[in-house]
Design a binder for this molecule. Structure first.
Ligand SMILES: Cc1cc2nc3c(=O)[nH]c(=O)nc-3n(C[C@H](O)[C@H](O)[C@H](O)COP(=O)(O)OP(=O)(O)OC[C@H]3O[C@@H](n4cnc5c(N)ncnc54)[C@H](O)[C@@H]3O)c2cc1C
Length: 396
């Protein structure tokens, strides 16, 4: 039996967590400056060089235990890495998924699956960047997803469609959520869903079709069509029909890691705005001397610091093996709003120059806005808090 510590034993670091890692990430990000990200967007490219540097440094594998070739560090460390990438003006969305999708394999995969995949993911030989959950006709109503996986001898046969599957064209493996028992035959709507680790290298052209969905820079999203795709039964992760529960803990990690990116964005906006308003002189004095310019930045700073504490607690609880749905969801909610308010303050403070590509403000402003929609929208977090935390009546 595992014993979990009481909540009062969870320590939240008040100082700067992992200063050495922060410094190393800042150093790694230095060559990938604003112009690098601008060029990618102009040419519709994937940040190959940045992802390669991050992989070779081992930062993408920090959550993989040492016995499988990773660094075996806690979520707190992964959080710091993503925060620093975003605070440096970069964006980790092109590769962050590997950090949390791997968790489903680690916690629920068989010994054989872990031995086969984790060391190769840790070394960068295999990329697990795609997470196929969202579908065009069911959206946020995940348990109603329609992609079916039907057992046939030693295989599963998959039919259906996913949308917004980011990075599928830059990944070897995909973590796929599909229905194995029809929705009208299960006791609870979260039952009957299963998780599969699909080897896309073998599947493409044999029932798996990936089509790019032109959208935001660094997300490299796609639509995925499954047409009688046959995958080995050994691709199933954990017990059939229990998949929804298996991805929930990955989702808590995802919420906390995305919140870390929001925190980094907020820091970038506040630093950039503070510098600009202290230097830009209009009407004979720095615009930052005007409280109408200064106060939104100061307010965004206060919001960011408060959100950071909730995020640190979410990570500490996750690392202690405690249920952290409430904290992870609140961290995502609060940091995404703090980063958006910081983005608005920064853009407004730059006046017309905020829209000039070379300042990077409008790019970061667009990038940070997504976090109020994906990977989970603000309304759905509020519905979770209202129903599951506060016990109010179910809304959907
Ligand atoms: C760039 C990008 C990358 C993405 N990457 C991935 C990925 O890699 N893998 C993946 O599986 N998905 C991915 N997604 C999908 C993302 O998770 C969904 O877009 C998100 O969960 C919202 O779902 P939806 O777009 O279907 O919106 P809908 O579910 O259609 O909702 C639309 C709006 O209605 C609101 N709404 C819906 N129902 C309710 C309700 N009951 N009460 C109150 N408000 C409600 C929502 O809050 C939202 O604002 C990505 C999306 C984007 C834009």
């Amino acid at each position: 039996m595992t014993t979990v510590p009481p909540v009062s034993d969870v320590t939240v670091s008040l100082g700067e967590d992992y200063p050495d890692i922060r410094e190393a990430v800042r150093r790694l990000c230095r060559p990938f400056d604003g112009q690098y990200w601008q060029r990618l967007e102009e040419n519709g490219k994937y940040p190959d060089e940045f992802v390669k540097a991050l992989t070779e440094s081992g930062f993408l594998a920090v959550l993989i235990p040492e016995e499988y070739g990773g660094a075996g560090l806690p979520l707190r460390a992964a959080s710091v890495i993503l925060e620093e990438i975003h605070a440096s003006g970069g964006n980790a969305a092109a590769c962050h998924a590997q950090m949390y999708t791997m968790g489903t394999v680690l916690r629920h995969g068989s010994a054989a699956q872990k031995a086969e995949y984790l060391p190769r993911i840790a070394s960068g030989e295999l990329r697990l960047q795609a997470f196929g959950v969202t579908e065009p006709t069911t959206g946020s109503d995940t348990t109603q997803l329609k992609t079916r996986a039907v057992r046939d001898g030693d295989s599963y046969v998959i039919n259906g469609q996913k949308v917004w599957t980011s990075r599928a064209l830059y990944s070897d493996l995909m973590l796929l959520l599909a229905r194995t028992t029809p929705a009208d035959q299960v006791a609870r709507r979260t039952d009957g869903l299963s998780v599969f680790l699909v080897d896309m290298r073998e599947a493409r052209g044999r029932g798996l079709d990936i089509r790019p969905l032109k959208a935001m820079v660094n997300h490299n999203t796609t639509e995925i069509y499954f047409d009688n795709l046959r995958i080995p039964a050994s691709s199933l992760i954990g017990e059939e029909g229990k998949g929804f529960r298996f991805i929930l803990d990955s989702m808590n990690a995802e919420r906390a890691l995305v919140a870390s990116e929001c925190l980094g964005d907020a820091r970038w906006f506040i630093d950039t705005a503070t510098r600009y308003v202290s230097e830009r002189v209009v009407f004979g004095r720095p615009i930052g001397a005007n409280q109408g310019v200064q106060f939104p930045i100061a307010r965004a700073y206060a919001e960011m610091k408060a959100a950071e504490m909730v995020l640190r607690k979410a990570c500490a609880m996750f690392d202690a093996g405690l249920p952290c749905g409430e904290e992870a969801n609140m961290a995502k909610l609060l940091t995404s709003e703090a980063s958006w308010h910081a983005a608005e303050a920064c853009l407004q403070a730059h006046g017309g120059f905020g829209f000039a590509t070379e300042y990077n403000v409008e790019r970061k402003w667009r990038e940070t806005r997504i976090y109020q929609v994906a990977p989970i929208s603000t309304n759905l977090i509020l519905a979770f808090l209202g129903e599951h935390v506060l016990g109010m009546p179910r809304s959907y």
